[in-house]
Design a protein. Structure first.
Length: 220
């Protein structure tokens, strides 16, 4: 095994949630007066925490981004996720195999809020593999692209970051993994909601793959 631990992003890597979350966000931004196409909303916000983009949203809407609005966004988002979210194709088998191979030394390190991450992992049959090893950028001083969430995950597993493999599908996430000192691989399938292979490579991903079914064999 090339690595001592594997650290997974959540949205777009383990769970197919980006289109759902961004659909809710697009609708609510339109209600504030900022109209975006689904593709534009995805391009602007993919891989980023909505609360971290408050200045951008306020500049386009002319209204303050309140905590009440964020609470309502999370509520509407979670309702849709419960109804619609599913695992990325091949993710459950890949995680199960790596969990066994690494004797549990895997973690989920997300920029999203913890309730969302846990909701999605439970809905997609992945929570049992990550229970006790779930990390949210919302719980740390800085979220992605800062390395904090990956450093926290590596420390909890007692594995040096340079011996960890990070799996990411966005420029923001790749930057976080690289800043942590880990090896980062970019997951970039053809479906919408993931950054391109060139973009991920330019951000520092050392390998790009397009099928989650291939991940376990690639790590050997």
């Amino acid at each position: 095994m090339k690595f001592e631990a594997v650290l997974f992003d959540c949205d777009g890597v383990l769970v197919d949630s980006e289109a759902i979350t961004n659909g809710v966000l697009r609708d609510m931004l339109e209600e504030l007066g900022w109209t975006l196409t689904p593709a534009e909303c995805m391009r602007i916000f993919i891989g980023k925490a909505v609360k971290d983009e408050a200045a951008l949203i306020e500049a386009h809407t002319g209204q303050p981004l309140t905590e009440d609005w964020l609470v309502r966004f999370r509520e509407r988002r979670n309702i849709r996720l419960v109804q619609e979210v599913g695992p990325i194709r091949g993710a459950v088998d890949a995680v199960r195999e790596l969990h066994a191979t690494l004797q549990g030394r895997i973690a989920c390190a997300s920029g999203a809020d913890r309730p969302k991450v846990e909701l999605q992992l439970k809905k997609c049959g992945l929570f049992e593999f990550f229970e006790g090893r779930i990390f949210s950028g919302h719980d740390l001083p800085r979220s992605k692209p800062a390395p904090d969430v990956y450093l926290a995950a590596a420390a909890a597993l007692n594995v040096p970051p340079m011996r960890c493999l990070v799996i990411e599908d966005t420029i923001t996430g790749v930057a976080a993994g690289v800043a942590a000192g880990a090896t980062v691989w970019g997951y970039s399938p053809l479906e919408a909601g993931h950054d391109t292979p060139i973009a991920l490579s330019n951000a520092g991903a050392s390998l790009i793959f397009t099928k989650m079914e291939d991940l376990a064999s690639l790590t050997q």
